[in-house]
Design a protein around this ligand. Structure first.
Ligand code: BV8
Ligand code: ZN
Length: 255
């Protein structure tokens, strides 16, 4: 922790790069976690594809509505909440997330870069124009419900979730912003990601190659810990507030 604090004291710009693990303490299941992992239950690799939506739009749309319902019932946790506190304490802070929830935004982070899109948006599966959803269209009662997706008001084709599926390209503008932020930062703090899904998982390497220090925060050991990589093992909701305290960033953060 002291090494990480020293690195931060010598830095001006911090990029937080988050994965599903930062939302775990808000009750949002991760993809990797054996117990609650969606990976096991829903096999996201199958459901998170355009093919799955083409084959069974009501199943995929219902699943995303359910996930959106879960997120709206969740609260940002101490990890999300302390990120803007680094900004208050004087660092220039940016957030790049692989997550599709809006917990960083609800914790006060601004201009969050979503490299895998967002649950909060919908777009047309055919003409790709954004689609507005009414409260009625967002209603979902229980998990596993199949719900026919609404139609695009321009071409009447089905709307789809505004997320990046497997084998789909990330949004150009989001990826470009992410690369610029990573290239310019002094330190990248990678929080709660298993580093499996490419090309996003290449971000810590990109930071290292650009001369930034990299700090990993994860329940388990991730990545090789080279000269410039620091591994802070533990849950994000505990480690990030501790790091903030260690650099004198104010009192402890509670969710
Ligand atoms: C692309 C949005 C090409 C949707 C997501 C082989 C076969 C097929 C494909 C590939 C292949 N090899 C590479 C690929 C490409 C593929 C890929 O990487 N596959 C992997 C599985 C091998 N990538 C793609 O398809 C990408 N697109 O390549 O397009 C292309 C290029 C040009 C032109 C045309 C096409 C697009 C990938 C985006 C997929 N969409 N999400 C949705 O969410 O529904 S990815 C999805 O999985 C999540 O968003 C997330 O990013 C990812 C899971 O990763 P993590 O966030 O790291 O979460 P995970 O559960 O894995 O880990 C959690 C970590 O937290 C763990 O380490 C755990 O220990 C830790 N943790 C848990 N609790 C805590 C904690 N840490 C701290 N505190 C805690 N409390
Ligand atoms: Zn359309």
């Amino acid at each position: 922790m002291q090494r990480a604090a020293d690195v931060l004291r010598r830095s001006k710009t911090i990029v937080f790069f988050s994965g599903a693990g930062i939302s775990a303490e808000s009750g949002i299941p991760t993809f990797r976690d054996k117990l609650t992992g969606l990976w096991a239950k829903h096999d996201p690799q199958r459901l998170e594809t355009a093919d799955a939506f083409r084959d069974n739009p009501a199943l995929v749309w219902g699943w995303y509505l359910w996930r959106r319902h879960q997120v709206s019932g969740a609260k940002p946790n101490a990890a999300h909440l302390c990120i803007p506190r680094f900004q208050d304490a004087g660092w220039e802070v940016s957030v790049i997330t692989q997550n599709i929830d809006d917990l960083h935004e609800r914790a006060g982070s601004l201009d969050v870069v979503h490299v895998h899109g967002s649950l909060m948006g919908a777009k047309c599966f055919a003409c790709h124009r954004p689609g507005e959803l009414t409260p009625d269209q967002l209603r979902v009662s229980e998990e596993g419900q199949w719900i026919e997706p609404p139609r695009c008001e321009h071409c009447n084709e089905r709307l789809r979730p505004g997320v990046v599926w497997f084998k789909e390209k990330m949004p150009e503008d989001a990826w470009r912003s992410a690369v610029r932020l990573v290239r310019d930062c002094d330190v990248l703090i990678s929080v709660g990601t298993s580093g499996v899904v490419m090309p996003a998982a290449g971000i810590p390497e990109m930071a290292l190659a650009a001369g930034a220090a990299v700090i990993h925060v994860n329940l388990e050991e991730v990545g090789w810990v080279g000269a410039d990589e620091i591994m802070l093992k533990g849950s994000a909701g505990v480690v990030l507030p501790e790091l903030l305290l260690a650099v004198g960033g104010g009192d402890n953060v509670t969710a």
